[in-house]
Design a protein. Structure first.
Length: 364
């Protein structure tokens, strides 16, 4: 059976660190924690789990800190987590089985990163990351922030999820890292422009975000998935700026790189829904509702757009078109994912009232 070193970088994580370590301590063989300047009880908590706690002077570079943590690993494989990550019980079972059966010739195991969860337990954002890495390959992190590991070799995709459970969001912190890159005169990659655009958008700087997304799209290099979501997120910026024409153009622009994604189809549907063009809107929602995301896809999957969201909007659109049976059926489909959602519950009550007068619904 292979052995595993857990490697983490932390700073002021007293609220989350124990929660994280409690979910992983039973199936790792070593815990290495690199602290980058905590002023709370983080170090004391870390030492309750391991003696291998190390100090590192923060250089405003996440890759450098993560690479430092990897230096302390001594086991066959490296697992990395953030302090606000957890491994849920079902995934713990899968992880233990993986450890017991993993072929040592494997260089990396990818796992889902469930970066968001709604109040009903539905994953809202999922993507893959190379999560378990063969130590002897000396894989390195790159990028100041939103960093990545350049992994090559024998990679397998698992169905294990690491779940992110953030307590608070550090607004503005990552923007400053990018702005320091600009001040230094660093050359931005398409990936830099994409993630800088995301940070600007999340901080309400939508005009600047659009420019950064356009820079990402314009460069010949770069991952096509980043370009797809640069188009989609650019559309979000235009929606916030009340510019539906450019919003629609941006969403259609994503079709240059891949067949229409549910994330784009739902947004297009919403544009026409706002214009009360319900037949056109329903067409786009229907396109989203039948899609199943590729389980091996590495880029972002916003799962609501493949599950409950298009059905809830189709309920509205078909109701406004007088097609009450279809409206009812789509509300029932949405209820599978969000059974006590106030909108869905309200719709159910409406359909109960309609049943007494509408024979079509009575037969349904």
């Amino acid at each position: 059976m292979v052995t595993i070193s857990l490697c983490m970088i932390v700073k002021n994580e007293e609220e989350t660190l124990a929660r994280c370590l409690d979910t992983v301590k039973e199936f790792v063989d070593e815990i290495n924690i690199v602290d980058t300047g905590s002023t709370d009880k983080t170090i004391d908590i870390a030492r309750q789990y391991t003696e291998r706690v190390f100090n590192y002077e923060w250089t405003n570079n996440f890759s450098a800190a993560r690479n430092e943590s990897f230096k302390y690993a001594t086991k066959d494989y490296i697992l990395y987590l953030d302090a606000d990550d957890v491994i849920l019980e079902g995934d713990q079972v899968k992880f233990k089985e993986l450890k017991e059966t993993l072929d040592p010739s494997v260089d990396s195991v990818s796992m889902y990163y469930d970066a968001g969860t709604d109040e009903f337990g539905n994953v809202t954002l999922r993507y893959r990351r190379n999560r378990l890495l063969k130590r002897e390959k000396n894989f390195q992190w790159y990028g100041d922030c939103h960093n990545y590991i350049n992994v090559r070799g024998k990679i397998i995709n698992s169905d294990i999820s690491i779940t992110h459970k953030k307590i608070r969001h550090a607004v503005g912190r990552t923007v400053s890292v990018f702005e320091q890159k600009i001040e230094r005169g660093d050359i931005f990659s398409p990936r830099d422009y994409f993630y800088y655009g995301n940070e600007l958008r999340e901080n309400g700087r939508h005009e600047e975000a659009i420019k950064s997304y356009d820079n990402c799209i314009a460069m010949k290099e770069g991952w096509v998935e980043d370009k797809i979501f640069a188009c989609i997120h650019k559309g979000d910026c235009y929606r916030t700026l009340n510019d539906p024409n450019n919003e629609l153009t941006s969403l259609f622009e994503s079709f240059k790189y891949a067949p229409p994604r549910a994330e784009a189809c739902c947004r297009i549907g919403y544009i026409f829904q706002r214009k009360q063009e319900f037949k056109t809107a329903s067409y786009w929602y229907e396109q989203a509702a039948v899609q199943i995301p590729d389980p091996d896809r590495w880029s972002f999957i916003y799962t609501a757009y493949y599950t409950w969201y298009p059905h809830l909007q189709l309920c509205v659109c078909y109701y406004r078109m007088g097609e009450y049976q279809k409206s009812y059926e789509h509300n029932e489909e949405a209820a599978r994912y969000r059974p006590t959602d106030p909108s869905i519950v309200s719709n159910k009550k409406l359909f109960e009232r309609l049943k007494s007068t509408d024979t079509t619904l009575q037969q349904g």
